[in-house]
Design a protein around this ligand. Sequence first.
Ligand SMILES: CC(C)(COP(=O)(O)OP(=O)(O)OC[C@H]1O[C@@H](n2cnc3c(N)ncnc32)[C@H](O)[C@@H]1OP(=O)(O)O)[C@@H](O)C(=O)NCCC(=O)NCCS
Length: 394
Amino acid sequence: MSQKPECKTEGNYIVVPKGLVNVIVDETKISGVDPKGESTIYRGFTIEDIGENASFYEATYLILYGELPCEEELKEVKNKIDKYRGQVPEKVFDALKHVPVTHPMYYGIYGASLLGQFYASDWKFDPDFLYDHALRLTAQLPVIFAAGWNLAHNGTFLRPDPTKDHAWDVLRMITMREPTELEARAFESTLVIYMDHGFNASTFTTRVIASTLSDLYAAVAGGIAALKGPLHGGANEKAMEMFLDAKKRAEGKGVPLDEYIEEYILEKLAKKEKIMGFGHRIYKLHDPRTDVAAKFVAQLKDGDYWMKVLKKAEEVMWREKKIPANIDLYTAILYYQLGIPIPMYTPIFAMGRVVGWSAHYIEQVLNNKLIRPTEKYVGPSGLKYQPMETRCRK
Ligand SMILES: CC(C)(COP(=O)(O)OP(=O)(O)OC[C@H]1O[C@@H](n2cnc3c(N)ncnc32)[C@H](O)[C@@H]1OP(=O)(O)O)[C@@H](O)C(=O)NCCC(=O)NCCS
């Protein structure tokens, strides 16, 4: 932990630091940072262990149900996700054809809301019902993102193929081409490492909405809205824009990018600019998720070239600022290697995180207490209503 908690009381109230920094608001059994602050724990396993070894279906089962699935359980969860992926209501696609072209995170915000209009009218708090909807939303959200993006930019979209593996099919729908097994596995591992991360801003948003006993679709729409903000999701997009800007300048100077990146970063640091894809609130020495992504970056298109650039950037940032790379630096390059359009990077984060949001929704509603803090009002008081004639006279 970086800062010593400051905790004050005023009368019967506890005054917590702005931004809830270092405030524990509740317990969770889903995920969290390990006591040494070196890794994130998914239901007892390190994130790098699960990211490297588990399939999307296995990790989804683990995050939702709390343990790795046996063969039958895995089969069931896979069948459901694949079946639901093929069942997005046709009217959702119709709606996507009639919206203006905006940032693709909006497809998720209103996509989740639209699904709620189909599925959430008779909402129940029975665990089986909730898990079933968690799988349905996990399966359908990526279809909506991919269809929305491609309708807006290519005038057409690919339908899901329920006979195919989830990650492979989602990547196919996004890029409109059939990925190789290696590309699909690289993409899948990033969905798994984005799946959950304690009480981050979007997960906390989801839990606040859940605590009002709203339905899962509405709660996840709120989570996506929180993830959209540049202080949360979005760093992977910014990191890639930075690399492309540096690449263009390097080409202009006739210098290889892995040489030029040092000058580029130093210039930015001199101007007190942040280098996107570096730094983390928890991981101050090393983000273990980068190791999982790095293995795939090295094997994908132009892997040697990009690894040299990444390593040089990391070396410069560590030498100058003692700040390590975070996962977004690596997913930025990995998604670029897969040919994914940059504005879709944050939606992909949401395609993985929907599992975590769903698990937190279920954990919250099955042991609920309305989340409703109290404010400290510091505005004026004692004013009296004035009629218009006297109100605005100077
Ligand atoms: C993620 C982040 C918000 C963590 O923030 P934090 O733990 O609250 O740390 P701070 O933002 O307070 O930074 C502490 C110091 O390191 C510097 N720093 C942190 N990240 C930096 C970066 N990416 N580039 C340059 N300097 C950075 C800050 O400027 C600050 O310096 P100062 O003490 O001289 O003012 C921050 O590192 C950041 O903005 N990174 C870039 C965005 C990003 O990649 N986000 C994805 C996170 S997974």
